[in-house]
Design a protein around this ligand. Sequence first.
Ligand code: KG4
Ligand code: ZN
Length: 310
Amino acid sequence: MVGGRTTVLSSVVSSQLVHAEYGGVVPELAAREHMKAIVPVVEAALLQSKVAWSSLSLVAVTHTPGLMGALLVGLPFAKALSHSLGVPLIGVNHLEGHVFALRLENPELEPPFLAAVLSGGHTELLVVEEWCRYRPLGSTIDDACGEAFDKVAKLLGLPYPGGAEVEKLGREGRESIVFPVPDPGGFDFSFSGLKTAVLYHRRDHPDAPRADVAASFQRAAVAAVTSRIEQAVRRTGLRVVGVSGGVAANGFLRERLAELALRHEFRLVIPRPAYCTDNAAMIAAAGTERFARFGPSPLDLPAAARTPLA
Ligand code: KG4
Ligand code: ZN
């Protein structure tokens, strides 16, 4: 460990409700909402933490991956802040942020361990060999896990983002429909076939209770995740598994993972739901470690829509 513990003094999240109307994220609107939110959110975070601007010593910011319009609001803002305060800037890969969310409440967590990042845009299984050094095992070959939840939510007439809505509806239903658990082989994931199976089921059985569809879809999606993790634990022999990203907030997934951990005697680390979904505390944690290891990022650090974790 180089960067050390992260004490969260404040964590302010601005969620964009504007997309619900469209059933998905509209990139142009996301960028505009970022513009409106960025100054009030940073001010609120400082206010809550009772830390003065002049006490800041490092500015950490997501520079990849993500929607270009959103990155092009956050990154220049962070650069301007770093320059005007005279403190270093550190660019963070958003996925690395999700990995560091695991350490927020478990400061003693040390690599090597297995990590699964399940978000709206990514589904990654990797070995954290050392902090900031990763060995990818598998990822999705089509839709991300959260994306599948969002698409199924839409098919069921639920609002966007739909993951938590599918979970809520699923709690009232029975797992009576057998949806295939997708298996593209190796450590990879696939969710688009499962989403299509739900689509056909809705078309062919329009009267089937929506709660049963939600519960059955969720069972299959969660089984796809737990089976990969089980396989990776067996293959790597690692005894610590961290699961993060928005989908890790799902109570059903958390229960299944807890059972798996008992059965295979590994230690399971899942952040509290607010640290599973996107938050700035995880970016600060990743940035602190990255800065301690590699020093600051240049002020001309570019934003990039896609960069794998390496
Ligand atoms: O990590 P995250 O907040 O943002 C991205 O980096 O994408 O993940 C958002 C994703 C969305 O697809 C959302 O539907 C899903 O996480 N999600 C959930 C739950 N809460 C959020 N999926 C299933 N169950 C939940 N309770
Ligand atoms: Zn995320």
